[in-house]
Design a protein around this ligand. Sequence first.
Ligand code: PSU
Ligand code: MN
Length: 306
Amino acid sequence: MNLNKYLDVSPEVAEAVKAGKPVVALESTIISHGMPYPQNVETALKVEEIIRQNGAVPATIAIIGGRLKAGLSHEEIEYLGKEGVKVNKASRRDLAVLVARGADGATTVTTTMIIAHMAGIRIFATGGIGGVHRGAEITMDISADLEELAHTPVMVVCAGAKSILDLGLTLEYLETHGVPVIGYGTEELPAFYTRSSGFGVDYRIDAPDELAKAFHVQQELGLGGGMLVTNPIPQEYSMDPAVINKAIDDAVEAAKAQGIHGKETTPFLLARIKDITGGDSLDSNIQLVFNNARLAAKTAVELSKL
Ligand code: PSU
Ligand code: MN
């Protein structure tokens, strides 16, 4: 554990990490910017419960009053959920200033990986990751999440990426940076709301112990960097591709027309898709996060045995 003077690890998480027990990190941008209140808080608390039911300790991560936090109280989760988009969305470039100012920050995949690693946590469950945006050949809008996956040794369990992104370019970027992209029980990259995207993953793995072993070997080889595990949404919650792809295309058009850019792009698109689909996408979103939490917890249990 590389304990940092700016980091507060909750007693339960610290004890579990020290004892080599399974721990799963969770992000907070999904709470503040990814879902509306109160479903965001309900989901965040339920995800923690699912991780416990599957034998691991949850560590929700955020910046509160300038402190990097690994392991939040229910009151802190409620606070982030209620504040919503008023909380700063904190990527790598935001960390220093927010901490120096004693401000709050909702952690993205990037900053959750950074803080998880500082706290000695190796696995992180979320919904979707950022990636290479459509039109990035002009805008250069490429999420810092990809760079973090290249460097920070944390396994990220997600449901693939939404086609608000250019999925092909996202895979190219990950390939260049040496990030293994694993399909859990699938050869195809899942597209978040749907189980298929038409793009292949690097490897298919069918069991948590095999995921744990691959990640363990990656670290023992000294390769560093993260691993991206893409876990398809359960069939019964997946959306009609025609409906969701139309909503995504419309959201991307609206963002372009309104000149949305920078850190606002992803939250704008997520909110817009939810509005267009009348909340159906929110139900799917919640269910796929639960599904990822289960897989991450089971994998953390296996990893703790190695
Ligand atoms: N994609 C989703 N849901 C999310 C996010 C992305 O489907 O909640 C959030 C995550 O916190 C992710 C961040 O790390 O947005 C990426 O933002 P950007 O594209 O600005 O890097
Ligand atoms: Mn961006």
